[in-house]
Write a protein that binds this ligand. Sequence first.
Ligand code: ADP
Ligand code: GLC
Length: 487
Amino acid sequence: MSTGFAIALLTSEVAPLSKTGGLADVTAALAKHLHAGGHDVRLFTPCYGSVDRAAVAAQPIAGLAALPLAVGPHAYVFSVLRGSLPGNAAPLYLIDCPELYERAAIYTTDPDEHLRFLAFTRAVFAACQRLAWGPQILHCHDWHAAFAPLFLKSSYGKEPLFAATRTLLTIHNIGYQGIFSAAQVADLDLGERAYMLHQGDLAAGRINALRHGILYADAITTVSPTHAREITTDEYGMGMQDSLRARGTALSGILNGVDYDEWDPRRDRYVLQHFDADHLQVKAALKRVFLRRLGLRVGGEVPLAGMVSRLAAQKGIELMYDALPRILDTRELAFIALGAGEPQYEEFFTRLAQRFPRRVVFRRGYDEKLAHWIEATSDLYLMPSRYEPCGLNQMYSLRYGTIPVVRRTGGLADSVEHYNPDTGSGTGVLFNDFDGPAFAWALNLALDLYANPVHCARLRANGMRRDFSWQHQGALYEALYARLIAA
Ligand code: ADP
Ligand code: GLC
């Protein structure tokens, strides 16, 4: 018998099964941490067509096969499969509903996108009922699970099973809110409780999933303290600022942790020559191998800047449009970018690689192994985000001795400290303004510091010592769960 809390984690992504970004890393690692801490944590996620069922040893559960599921007027049939993620003992519950989840990608622009995740949310409640398992905490991640607090308050909470259930909404990315037409209000099946919907949005003809999580969750977190403050402002709130401000102290920020089983140069599963702060010559040797493999024709002494990213407006790629070619024209620098997304960013990197074929490589797509090689071998890591709730790659970079060059926003501000050459303290280079000259200033400064052996060594040593492990960050979630349960 577990002595900890009963916690259901509801997430649309979990690594390595279904990942488009950091959400997957965080939910997998948090579940692993909570399970190791003795909690009865159960991870619920959709069973997408791309899910490798054999890799998670997915098994049917007696009594949870071919169940009817009503989502407003829509009728589906779903099953629940039980499995576990590689290297992660937390129990995994896959909501299997081929009609909704066998699509070309995890997220779609199909007209039933909201139904896919409403069905997921309803199915989690139905699964708990069938399992006769009443979670003390429903930890909902992003808009995909954000209707769970409202459903709990409007209906399920009246059942003894859920009478003590408390809800936490974690906002990983406020840029994605799950907005659909008010004409589809019947899909929520709220009946006479429809007054609980945000009336301003309804009057404007829309329903916003994330908004209802903000309104009804017992507590709300986002993934860094700085971002928790930012999203209450007009500049960063993306329309949610008033609702967030209204929740007062129910909103807080908990910086993400890093799963050092996955992201540590001392045991990286993809980069088989391992290193630590005392063996940076191994990093240098790996870099030479990598440069050759990529077909970059520069010597190992030329700094390599790396980037691994979803190519979305959030990531600030446009700050590089003028600055990066100009710096490449005037200074010694090689650059590798890995990512996929919006065409204008892909085109920029494609053209950059064509213009500097000896020094720039762009790999379009998603490649876990290449992502690890970039972290392990790069000298600088570029993250000029417009907004960044937390960001993981800058924290991965620190552990790999790769100096982050980041904009001072959200979790970047909370995890990277600007280097001070007088005191030798700091772990990277930060810039404030969201414009090209500010980015250019930062990259030029980073290149100057890199060229100075004393500063470069200090920066790397400071960064490699930083510890963002789930031991610390997970304890903050446990304390919050405890407060919610005691309230
Ligand atoms: P976000 O969640 O906004 O995408 P994070 O920095 O929190 O940003 O997390 C991004 C995660 O996704 C990291 O683990 C990163 O390595 C990974 N990632 C992003 N794009 C790619 C890609 N093209 N190939 C491999 N991994 C990627
Ligand atoms: C998001 C954010 C990113 C964060 C990740 C995991 O998608 O963009 O900053 O690190 O979620 O919390």
